[in-house]
Design a protein around this ligand. Structure first.
Ligand code: B12
Ligand code: SF4
Length: 448
């Protein structure tokens, strides 16, 4: 049996002329995880294609094609699926978008898989081998994250990524932010790999540096503490995602630093306490952001802080104020996104029932396009203001001000900042909507 697994491109993440250059691209674990789960007894030949780094041939020699779908890639995925199904190859779709809105994906596939697929994907393949493919497979009711093979990272070309040292210890998140796909797609129960399995994966790959793609590594404090303890003897440097709550837990923060944590991505989301409260993320306290940054820097941990624009209380001054704060607080790597109501989330339901969803062209649901009517500004202002924040935070003088206090080695910080500067300054080339930004911004002054 020949199985081809595909990760389709999106407007930003694509092989030719994409904005995710190698410097911002690490190997995702989706295809390596699915490839490793193919049951040995099927003796299958598995080929993995990532359209972010390579072309997908018009004709594929395959008995079955599996594609992973996020909302921003759904349109491309459905197009590829139609093409391959016309050629007589059955297509299976799975991933976050399929899990959030299964009925959207179902007509475009012979079978869909919702939720985590460690049990359902091997079952689907066994059914397919015996000619009994069903049209829908769901996450097992008693799903756990133990007892499965390690991801097979050899299925993608390592040289095309900044790093293939990408790992996963946990899945899901205990919080319930209204805009986030995580609680809506996978629920709020955290799943964890046994710590020994994670350590084994790191050791086998001789990891000196590792990226954890876990959505919130500290969702379960006890698990996080035991993971960090176990990482200490490995003497590696690692990067991951956590919430600002980490900085209220001095012992856990110190342990994270001792275990080799050198960089964290945190969703700050907004500089307004009202906006945070209304969106279910009131544990973020803007008045404590300075403490968060300083605590991380004291522990030599650099911070990638993510902000979203377009929350209902945001007004036109939010862009400049937020970028200014990033400079004042010396945030190592600020990131700005347009609030995106991913289908299946509470945010989407709320905006939809108010008639504020502008369209369902999923290719624009990528965190950079405005797809809803903002409360206090025009669509174009939100689009352009987000671009403005990128340019202001990454203007050369402001970049220099921010990285003067960086926790990372200076040249590492400079290189990552320049990569993000390129990203922020060129985003407008990737807009496909009418609110496309003009080359010269109407905002007067880029300096903070
Ligand atoms: C690595 C990563 C990236 C990489 C590469 C992504 C890619 N190839 O497209 C980069 C950095 C480029 C990236 C960019 C973006 N990403 Co991203 N990314 C991730 C991240 C952190 C890890 C993915 C991963 O390796 N997961 C581990 C694997 C094992 O889990 P999994 O993918 O869920 O797969 C399991 C199941 O879902 C299922 N499954 C998945 N696919 C399939 C397919 C089949 C056939 C089957 C049977 C099963 C199946 O089986 C797997 C095992 O259980 C996830 C968050 C996360 N931790 O999952 C976000 C995530 C996928 N990204 C997301 C987003 C929004 C983006 C961006 C739009 C952000 C932005 N504005 O820049 C861009 C768009 C990129 C694009 N493709 O156009 C969202 C998707 C939400 C949505 N509804 O669309 C996620 C879920 C993060 C979040 N919390 O919102 N991303
Ligand atoms: S804390 Fe982060 S991962 Fe968890 S629900 Fe909120 S935004 Fe999503």
């Amino acid at each position: 049996m020949k199985i081809v697994l595909i990760s389709p491109k999106g407007p930003l993440y694509r092989h030719r002329k994409g904005i995710f250059k190698k410097s911002l691209r690490y190997m995702p674990l989706t295809l390596p995880t699915l490839a490793a789960l193919v049951p040995a007894e099927l003796n299958a030949d598995v080929v993995c294609l990532d359209e972010g780094i390579q072309e997908i041939p018009q004709h594929l020699e395959a008995d079955l094609i599996g594609m992973t779908v996020i909302t921003g890639t759904a349109s491309r995925c459905y197009e590829l699926s139609a093409q391959f199904r016309r050629q007589g190859v059955p297509v299976v779709l799975g991933g976050p978008h399929v899990t959030l809105v299964p009925d959207d994906a179902q007509p475009h596939a012979d079978a869909i898989v919702t939720g985590y697929a460690e049990e359902s994907w091997p079952q689907l393949l066994r059914d397919f081998a015996t000619g009994e493919l069903k049209c829908r497979y769901e996450q097992a009711a008693a799903f756990t994250l133990s007892g499965y093979p390690l991801p097979d990272r050899s299925v993608l070309p390592k040289s095309r990524f900044l790093t293939h040292q990408v790992y996963e210890a946990t899945r899901a998140c205990i919080h319930n932010c209204h805009f986030c796909v995580v609680p809506h797609a996978w629920g709020r129960k955290p799943f964890q790999k046994p710590v020994a399995v994670v350590v084994d994966d790191l050791k086998r790959n001789r990891a000196r540096r590792a990226i954890f793609v876990d959505l919130n590594l500290i969702a379960d404090r006890d698990y996080a503490a035991s993971l960090f303890e176990a990482l200490i003897p490995l003497r590696l440097h690692w990067y991951g995602l956590a919430t600002t709550l980490l900085c209220q837990d001095r012992a856990l923060l110190a342990l994270a630093a001792r275990s080799g944590c050198r960089g964290l991505l945190m969703g700050f989301e907004s500089i307004s306490a009202t906006a945070l409260r209304r969106t279910g993320k009131s544990f973020n306290r803007p008045e404590a952001y300075r403490e968060v940054v300083e605590a991380l820097h004291r522990h030599r941990i650099s911070l990638q802080a993510c902000f979203v624009f377009g929350l209902d209380s945001d007004t036109e001054d939010v862009f400049k104020k937020t970028a200014q704060l990033c400079v004042d607080l010396a945030i190592d790597l600020p990131r700005f996104a347009v609030l995106t109501p991913f289908p299946g989330t509470r945010l989407f339901q709320d905006l939809d029932s108010d008639g504020r969803i502008l369209h369902r062209d999923w290719s624009q649901y990528d965190g950079q396009h405005v797809v809803f009517q903002p409360a206090n500004m025009s669509v174009q202002t939100l689009q352009q203001g987000t671009e403005f924040a990128w340019r202001m935070a990454y203007s050369i003088p402001n970049l220099a001000r921010r990285i003067r206090h960086t926790a990372a080695p200076f040249f590492t910080s400079l290189a990552t900042n320049l990569a993000y500067r390129h990203y922020g300054y060129h985003l407008n080339r990737y807009y496909t909507c009418d609110a496309m930004i003009p080359p010269e911004l109407p905002w007067p002054n880029l300096s903070a």
